[in-house]
Design a protein around this ligand. Structure first.
Ligand code: ADP
Length: 190
C-alpha cells in the first residue's frame, strides 16, 4: 500500500493537492477536517462536539479524532492506500496511526510537507473565507489561533516521521499544477 501523510499549516493546500493525488494513485482521501465539516452540516452528535473546538481554532480532542479516523479507514474494502490530510496533528495521533496501520498490516510510506510562507498562507485563507463559508477562515483571531496551535502541537509531528526517515518537503508555492507535478515526482521517487 502507498500511505501518504500530506502535511502543512492551515492553507498549505493539502485538500487541493489530495484531490489530484487520489486520481493518479487510486488512493483513499481521509481528511479529518472534511469529515468534521460533514458531521457539522448533518448536525450529528460528533458534529456538535467538534464545532465547539473548530469555531475557536482549537483541535478536536485526540481520542475523538483518532476513533473517527479509524472508523472511516475501516469502512474501505481493500484500499490501495490512503492520503491522510489534516491527520495526524499531534504526536499522540501519529502513534495511534502507526499502531492502527500495523494492525491492518501496513505502514506510512512518507510524510510530505507542503512548504508555504506565512504571508501567502494568510492571504490564501482570506480568499478561501470568501467562497467556502468556513467560519474558521473568516475571523483573523481564529486563523491566528490555528496557526499558533499548528506551531505548538502539529509542527513537531514532522520530527516523529523524520525520526523514522519518512519525511520530505516540497515547495508549496506556485500554480496548483506545478505543485501537483512536484508531488508526483516526489511520490514516484519513493
Ligand atoms: P486547515 O488545515 O485548513 O486548518 P482542516 O480542514 O484540516 O483545516 O481542519 C479544520 C479544523 O478541524 C481544525 O482547525 C481542527 O479544529 C479540526 N481538526 C481537523 N483535523 C484534526 C485533527 N487531526 N485533530 C484535531 N482536530 C482536527
Amino acid at each position: 500500500m502507498l500511505n501518504i501523510v500530506l502535511f502543512g499549516p492551515p492553507g498549505a493546500g493539502k485538500g487541493t493537492q489530495s484531490n489530484q493525488l487520489i486520481e493518479k494513485y487510486g488512493l483513499i482521501h481521509l481528511s479529518t477536517g472534511d469529515i468534521f465539516r460533514a458531521n457539522i452540516k448533518g448536525k450529528t452528535k460528533l458534529g456538535v462536539l467538534a464545532k465547539g473546538f473548530i469555531d475557536k481554532g482549537q483541535l478536536v480532542p485526540d481520542e475523538v479524532t483518532i476513533n473517527l479516523l479509524k472508523s472511516e479507514a475501516q469502512k474501505v474494502e481493500n484500499p490501495k492506500g490512503f492520503i491522510f490530510d489534516g491527520f495526524p496533528r499531534t504526536n499522540k495521533q501519529a502513534v495511534a496511526l502507526d499502531d492502527f496501520l500495523l494492525e491492518i498490516g501496513t505502514s506510512i510510506t512518507q510524510m510530505i510537507s507542503l512548504d508555504v510562507d506565512e504571508e501567502e498562507l494568510k492571504s490564501r485563507l482570506e480568499l478561501r473565507a470568501k467562497d467556502s463559508g468556513r467560519v474558521d477562515d473568516a475571523d483573523p483571531a481564529v486563523i491566528q489561533n490555528r496557526i499558533n496551535v499548528y506551531r505548538q502541537e502539529t509542527a513537531p509531528v514532522k520530527d516523529y516521521y523524520s525520526g523514522q526517515d519518512k519525511w520530505m518537503k516540497i515547495d508549496g508555492q506556485g500554480t496548483i499544477e506545478a505543485i501537483t507535478q512536484r508531488l508526483f515526482d516526489a511520490i514516484d521517487s519513493l
